[in-house]
Design a protein around this ligand. Structure first.
Ligand code: ADP
Length: 402
């Protein structure tokens, strides 16, 4: 029977004393169910679909670590109980996907309550994200297929009407048809931008060591036409390595360097890239000598479709910096601009420096040490080679042009 409003927790634990302690610690708060064996616990989990599982590492029939993936496959969050001095088990459990671990010696009522609550909240958040990603997928499909086809037809018919009516209708009507054709073209471009923005950073990314010099090199190669045309000078200096997703970082660099060239005004563009360290954080700066941005727009330029110039004056869609922000968000960094009109702009981005140090227990999100899942890299994001897996979180909102 489902107990209303109480979080249902399956405790897989063979030790009577430990079961009793757990009951005393959180029995009032949660609806507890028990299993004394691992495989029976798995069967029970499948049947009752609890909100959370508290799993002992040492079980009579199966090792808790071996059981963990099976339980996680049921999409149920797991808090692992480990013996003291068993740090490697804790690291392994977190890597496999446990939400938290608690050494039995430090099991307290508060600690267990927080761990269970965090596990339940995390899975709820993951489910919401998965739903949003599904919504985003259908949005992209509608925008890229269903809307595009009729729009293309409208454009074609307007063009045909313009051709057939040349010299037959008044110049005023020809002007209207011209404008209709241009509007269709503009709307197609907007749809493309919308899809680009929605796709930007959608997939699961793996954060691996990336050389920012190589990223800059690739971005510069992709911009070679613009660089040649404007005689732009790009000074990349010695850049550091970061934990990042190379294709996204190339896109980021390309947008920032591309903008520095596009908004250079009357000067030959000069762009300077640098990295610096402060308090364990790496900051990348991209400085240009262009037209600058008035202070009141410093935050707004990162919003999708926010442009400070008419399409006719300088071509653009207003999604470049919004994509940059999304990429940086997915790297759990920050992006901002410092600039004054007429005095160039400097874009700053914080990223995670790449260090060769292996993951240790100190990096793990124990409930007391790290209640906020949104901050910093957790060891459970790391795979065997120290790579990190992070899902892009979709968020989408429109805003009017400035
Ligand atoms: P787009 O360039 O397509 O308009 P972005 O999102 O890249 O879109 O930029 C948003 C707005 O921010 C631009 O329209 C421009 O007004 C301003 N901007 C971006 N980068 C620079 C820069 N380096 N210098 C001056 N203005 C910039």
């Amino acid at each position: 029977m489902r107990i209303k409003n109480k979080t249902r927790v399956l405790v897989i634990e063979d030790d009577d004393v430990d079961r009793e302690s757990i009951h005393q610690f959180v029995g009032d708060e949660f609806h507890l169910m028990y299993s004394e064996e691992g495989l029976l616990g798995l069967e029970e989990a499948k049947q009752v679909n609890p909100d959370c599982i508290v799993l002992d590492y040492r079980l009579p029939d199966i090792d808790g670590l071996a059981l963990l993936p099976e339980l996680l496959a049921e999409n149920i969050p797991v808090v692992m109980l480990t013996s003291s001095g068993n740090e490697s088990v804790a690291v392994e459990a977190m890597k496999l996907g446990a939400i938290d671990y608690i050494p039995k010696a430090s099991l307290t009522s508060l600690r267990l309550k927080m761990a269970i609550q965090q596990a339940v909240d995390t899975i709820a958040m993951q489910r919401k994200i998965a739903e949003q990603q599904e919504d985003m997928k259908s949005f992209i499909s509608v925008a890229s297929h269903d809307l595009r086809a009729p729009l293309r037809h409208v454009g074609r018919f307007c063009e045909l009407a313009r051709r057939e009516s040349q010299g037959v209708v008044s110049s005023e009507i020809e002007g209207y048809l011209d404008r209709a054709v241009n509007c269709c073209k503009r709307m197609q471009d907007l749809l493309d931008s919308l899809v680009t923005f929605a796709r930007c950073g959608r997939s699961e990314i793996e954060l691996v060591p990336v050389s920012l010099n190589q990223v800059a090199e690739q971005a510069i190669a992709n911009l070679s036409v613009e660089i040649d045309e404007t005689n732009a000078k790009i000074d990349t200096g010695e850049l550091s390595s970061v934990l990042g997703h190379e294709p996204s970082l190339i896109e980021l660099f390309q947008n920032l360097i591309g903008n520095a060239i596009k908004y250079s005004g009357d000067h030959a563009p000069a762009v300077v890239l640098r990295t610096s360290f402060s308090e364990g954080e790496l900051t990348l700066s991209v400085r240009d000598n262009g037209i600058g941005i008035s202070e009141e727009y410093h935050a707004q330029v990162f919003e999708p479709f926010r442009r400070l110039h008419g399409h006719a004056a300088i071509e653009g869609s207003g999604i470049g910096l919004a994509c940059c922000k999304r990429i940086v968000d997915h790297h759990r960094g920050r992006i901002w601009v410092e600039s004054k009109t007429g005095h160039g702009s400097t874009f700053f981005i914080t990223l995670q420096p790449f260090s060769e140090a292996p993951a240790t227990l100190g990096d793990l999100p124990s409930t007391e040490a790290n209640c906020s899942l949104s901050q910093g890299l957790n060891s459970r994001d790391l795979d065997d080679e120290g790579h990190s897996h992070i899902s892009f979180l979709p968020s989408f909102h429109r805003s009017e042009s400035v």
